[in-house]
Design a protein around this ligand. Structure first.
Ligand code: BF8
Length: 653
């Protein structure tokens, strides 16, 4: 049984709403996590449900060391070994994660093409500079063609990446030369996005690939098709169509909800509908309609990664991260929870029944029993968005007594796209990562960490994120954040320049000089590819080796739960990064598979997986990795001098 006394969250708004839910007799994920422990066999990757002779369970058992005798016994009916079963399960999760990001990317590409063809009233090509840069990169003729003509061709080329059968994905060319050679040598350069997902599913079917190393090679190829394919296409085209993010001030937490306005939360991942809701919620006709129902206006907020998308581009406030979705309804003040795809808990339906909230699904790929379905028509986004907002307004008068909106909310600055970081560091006309590299070389910044991923109800909500990141910045590690991890830090007040008070002296001096927080919000989970682009730019700007694996960088997903997180982790490992996951590790049932991921992959890719649930130990491991890379680059001495100077200064004061 899980520990019922575990502190549920470090976030006061969350705790207040968990208590309200208990008083209202409403079941939430926090309560369900107490009642149901995870299956220990599935958690270690030792359950095979690939055919109807099973599921076959071949558990090793927690903390047990496998003997030769165990090894012989640990087989499924077909003879599949524990290694094959663990590797298959791992690969299937990567395939699901890749499919999720990539299907998102495909929808965006289709909408982009339709917009460029002039078939969509409401969307447009907003970032001409980024469009032209991408056109040049893809070899699309610019000449005197219109932006829409250029965009149509760019979109068609990128749509082709999904169904491509041979060759290599086009964005692989963005990676350092040495990295591309590694991929080719290992045979993991992805050919087409869909092809790698389909092949992963085929190879994990009963009776196909039965060598764990070979299965994990496909894991790398499939994940690379996500990071350098589906996700990267999504981010590029969203930036061009909806605008490249630039620093923007906003607020976060359940306290952004308003008692006297129609509260609408958009939750999920794809930004098209959210973009339109942001526009129509200011439409005078819609605002007047809200007033006619007794509300003062419309208050749009986001949740999960859709929130990150509209925060980054419009500064729309965020109501919360993954574990807060049901709690937004528990306030009793949410008039409509509008959802698209991914990370939407079915529990929302039951919670909504206890209050007045209308749960509205909007995507034919993601319906929920009991919800109202209002299909978002991408060819007519304005009318679709208006209809959804009107449904929320109509529900405002149905609010019941007992509304409680927690008072907690924090300011944050978001909008750090790859280009923005470039400009901030190097200036508009000499945009460059060189100043970052110089500050790493001189030791003021020790290294860079990417901290990403979810919340997980098995650990204290937000706690692991916050402890890890505070420890990293205290040790002069600049932190780049995405997804729900970013929201955890923002809620604790670290995503404003004043957050630099938690940073070590070196990092703080750089943050103060540039005017940035010590933790930078790069966007949604699909935007993790911005970190790949940033890392590659650091390599290309010189002084830090000739591949991503040479950089003093590390990544972590301390509270991960989704299959997408595994796809992301694997594409970072295969791109040369050291990646640490917290909470639980899904292959502990097989020592060989785990050793392959944690050790052998370093010889293959220069990056590797690791697991550590304790945030302070996690930080220590990441810093040790960063320091080892500094040493290999011969820049460890510079940092020693900086530390010596700091010590001296302390002695002087
Ligand atoms: O894609 S971080 S819980 S919301 S999976 Fe989901 Fe995890 Fe949040 Fe975004 Ni990413």
């Amino acid at each position: 049984m899980a520990d019922e006394k575990k502190v549920k969250s470090i976030d006061a708004a969350t705790i207040e709403m968990i208590e309200k839910a208990a008083k209202d007799n409403v079941s939430t994920i926090f309560e369900r996590a107490d009642k149901m422990a995870p299956c220990p066999i599935g958690a270690e990757g030792s359950c095979c449900s690939q055919c109807a002779m099973g599921p076959c369970r071949v558990p090793l058992g927690r903390g047990k060391v496998e003997t030769e005798e165990d090894k012989k016994k640990r087989r499924g009916l077909c003879g599949a070994t524990a290694e094959t079963i663990a590797a298959r399960n791992f690969l299937r999760k990567i395939a699901a994660g890749t499919a999720s990001h990539s299907d998102h990317g495909r929808r965006v590409t289709q909408a982009f093409i339709e917009t460029a063809r002039g078939h969509v009233k409401g969307f447009e090509i907003k970032d001409e500079q980024k469009l032209l840069a991408l056109a040049l990169e893809l070899g699309v003729k610019i000449g005197d063609r219109s932006n829409n003509e250029i965009a149509t061709e760019v979109g068609e080329i990128l749509l082709g990446e999904f169904g491509k059968q041979e060759g290599e994905l086009l964005f692989l060319k963005r990676a350092p030369t040495k990295r591309r050679e590694i991929w080719r040598k290992l045979g993991v350069a992805p050919r087409g996005i869909d092809r790698e997902v389909v092949e992963a599913m085929h190879r994990t079917h009963m009776g196909v690939d039965q060598e764990y190393e070979n299965l994990l090679l496909q894991g790398a190829r499939c994940a690379l098709a996500d990071g350098w394919g589906g996700s990267m296409i999504a981010t590029e085209l969203q930036d061009i169509m909806f605008g490249n993010p630039a620093p923007v001030l906003s607020q976060i937490n359940l306290g952004v909800m308003k008692e006297d306005e129609v509260n609408v939360i958009i939750h999920g991942h794809e930004p098209a509908l959210a973009e339109m809701l942001a526009v129509v919620s200011h439409d005078p006709e819609i605002v007047a309609y809200a007033k006619s129902k007794g509300a003062k206006g419309i208050n749009l907020a986001g949740m999960c990664c859709t929130a990150n998308e509209i925060l980054m581009r419009h500064g729309v406030p965020i109501a919360g991260n993954f574990l807060q979705q049901e709690l937004a309804i528990v306030t009793g003040a949410l008039d409509a929870m509008v959802v698209d795809v991914q990370c939407i808990m079915q529990g929302l339906g039951e919670v909504a029944k206890c209050y007045h909230t209308k749960l509205i699904t909007t995507d034919d790929r993601a319906k929920i029993q009991g919800a109202v379905h209002m299909q978002f028509d991408e060819s007519n986004p304005i009318e679709s968005a208006k209809a959804i907002i009107k449904a929320a307004i109509d529900n405002f008068p149905n609010r019941k007594a007992g509304v409680v909106i927690p008072k907690y909310k924090s300011d944050l600055i978001a909008g750090f796209s790859h280009e923005t970081i470039n400009y901030l560091l190097g200036g508009m006309f000499r945009a460059s990562y060189k100043p970052l590299n110089d500050n790493i070389i001189n030791g003021r910044i020790r290294g860079v960490a990417g901290v990403v991923g979810c919340n997980n109800a098995r650990v204290t909500h937000d706690d692991v994120h916050v402890k890890l990141v505070k420890e990293l910045i205290k040790n002069d590690v600049l932190v780049l954040l995405t997804g729900c991890a970013a929201m955890a830090l923002a809620k604790q007040g670290l995503m404003v320049p004043e957050g630099a008070q938690y940073a070590g002296e070196g990092l703080r001096s750089v943050c103060e000089a540039v005017g940035i927080p010590p933790v930078l919000h790069l966007g949604a989970c699909v935007d993790n590819c911005r970190i790949l682009v940033a890392a590659t730019a650091m390599v290309k700007d010189g002084g830090l080796g000739d591949d991503v694996s040479d950089l003093p960088v590390a990544g972590a997903a301390p509270e991960w739960m989704s299959e997408k997180a595994l796809a992301i982790g694997q594409y970072f490992v295969s791109s040369g990064a050291y990646v640490l996951f917290g909470v639980t590790w899904p292959t502990t049932g097989s020592k060989e598979v785990t050793d392959h991921l944690f050790k052998d992959m370093e010889k293959m890719y220069g990056g590797k997986w690791d697991f550590e649930p304790d945030p302070i130990k996690m930080a220590e491991k990441m810093i040790a990795h960063i320091d080892a890379k500094r040493k290999a680059l011969g820049i460890d001495k510079a940092r020693e001098r900086v530390l010596y100077d700091m010590e001296m200064r302390r002695e002087l004061t």
